[in-house]
Design a protein around this ligand. Structure first.
Ligand code: 2M8
Length: 427
């Protein structure tokens, strides 16, 4: 494992901030230099949460730059492209062709998929921790209608199962693209092969899966990004507990923000209640939440870190929180990992300690679980997740993800959300 000289909190904070400065392109921050040269949706929400501890204006600019990519349908795209690096990442704007779509923004090029709806939760965090209250209040008033539109899109177009949950229509929408949770659903798709240069691909995707990712994206694009097509024809539709747990937490955050924006909080609290009831009814089994494949109408058996997403909900019953805590602390997850929280159950045959969302620990999911633990007053878990996440970045730097046994870094270096959330953890 790489050895790093010991750094105190102040020096670690300075290092984190300099990573964010280096990854800045105009008002946005890219996830990592080279590897991801555009603005990614949930990355920027975590980046804004960290930045808010020191610079309210910059945190707000990060979110507003992202929301400039919002479609008139309310959909917030998973990538807002940086024009100077247009085709430096595959698939780039020439694949998504957002400029051909009447609902897409004219000024910026975007992808046609979305990502976990962290946005209202991020605005609320910025509001709670802002160093400049006036700037934060202005940000809340400006973004509130955008966030309401985003939630309306999820509740309408994305309720493909008709039960009140939002479905993801592509693994990229989960934010955990190569998670073993999607393996069977992907393998049920036709075997396809595309002719892009293989060396352009990120190392984490077995080729056959990446071809299917592209195939799914092209099918959706060729439908005109059409909601009816998603309901009737699109072959990948999954109710994911992390995506929906984050959405629920964002509904609660919107209820907190509503009075600041001069609006009624009740519809957001009611929406949260509906999502909670649907998740408990449809996604709970064996001490954890599971993803549901809508085409096969069955729960996906593998346990992943995504199954803890609904713990972000302050209204989740104490009995379910206790059961989730047991699973989290068991040898399937934290009990057998030196550095929590592995992205996939350690005992699963698909677990791979070095491959992205198939095993490694991530700063953003650690932050989410720490936030969930705080919501439920589990102070020992809050302390443990905070300390072990800081230990990871102190030892291995602001890497994209980490080996859950020895803490060594994996994936990109100088990764923005690892740096930004370090600032939040140090605060
Ligand atoms: C990874 O996803 C992108 C596709 O969106 C990729 O694999 O190229 C994921 O880790 C995702 O969660 C993250 O937002 C993105 C950028 O950091 O990279």
């Amino acid at each position: 494992m790489e050895a790093r000289p010991a750094v105190d909190d102040a020096a670690l904070g300075r290092e984190a901030w300099s990573v964010l400065d280096a990854n800045r392109t105009g008002s946005a921050t890219v996830p990592a230099p080279g590897l991801y040269p555009h603005q990614w949706s949930w990355d920027s929400t975590f980046i804004a949460i960290g930045m808010a501890r020191l610079d309210t204006r910059r945190a707000g600019a990060e979110l507003l730059s992202l929301m400039a990519g919002q479609w008139r349908t309310g959909m917030v795209p998973h990538i807002v492209f940086h024009p100077a690096h247009a085709e430096a990442y595959f698939p780039g704007p020439s694949v998504w062709r957002s400029h051909d779509h009447p609902a897409a923004p004219v000024e910026v090029l975007t992808s046609g998929l979305t990502q976990p709806p962290m946005h209202a939760l991020a605005v609320w965090q910025v509001w709670r921790h802002a160093v400049d209250r006036d700037v934060a209040a202005a940000l809340v008033r400006r973004t509130y209608p955008m966030l309401v539109a985003q939630h309306g899109y999820l509740a309408g177009t994305r309720d493909l199962g008709g039960a009140g949950l939002a479905a993801i229509v592509h693994p990229w929408e989960s934010g955990m693209d190569d998670s073993p949770a999607w393996d069977d659903s992907l393998e049920a798709l036709p075997a396809v092969r595309y002719s892009y240069r293989r060396e352009e691909l990120p190392e984490r995707h077995p080729d056959s899966h990446h071809d299917r990712y592209v195939w799914l994206a092209l099918r959706y694009r060729d439908s005109g990004y059409d909601g009816t097509y998603l309901r009737l024809e699109h072959p990948f539709a999954i109710e994911d507990p992390m995506f929906n747990g984050i959405w629920l937490a964002s509904c609660q955050a919107l209820a907190e923000l509503a009075p600041v924006a001069g609006d009624d909080p009740r519809p957001h609290t009611e929406a949260a209640g509906r999502i909670r009831a649907a998740m408990v009814d449809r996604l709970w089994a064996d001490g954890l939440f599971h993803a549901r494949d809508l085409h096969r109408d069955r729960l996906i058996p593998i346990r992943t870190v995504g199954g803890f997403g609904p713990m972000l909900d302050p209204g989740l019953s104490p009995a379910l929180v206790d059961a989730l805590m047991d699973t989290l602390e068991s040898p399937r997850f934290m009990g057998a990992a030196g550095y929590p929280v592995p992205s996939c159950e350690i005992r699963a045959p698909q677990f791979d300690r070095s491959r992205y969302w198939r095993g490694p620990s991530w700063v953003n999911t650690n932050w989410l679980l720490r936030h969930a633990a705080a919501v439920h007053g589990r102070t020992e878990l809050v302390r443990q997740l905070g300390t072990s996440t800081l230990r990871l970045v102190r030892q291995s730097g602001f890497r994209e993800c980490f080996d859950p046994f020895d803490g060594s870094g994996r994936g990109g270096r100088d990764f923005s959300w690892s740096a930004a959330l370090t600032l939040d953890l140090l605060a």
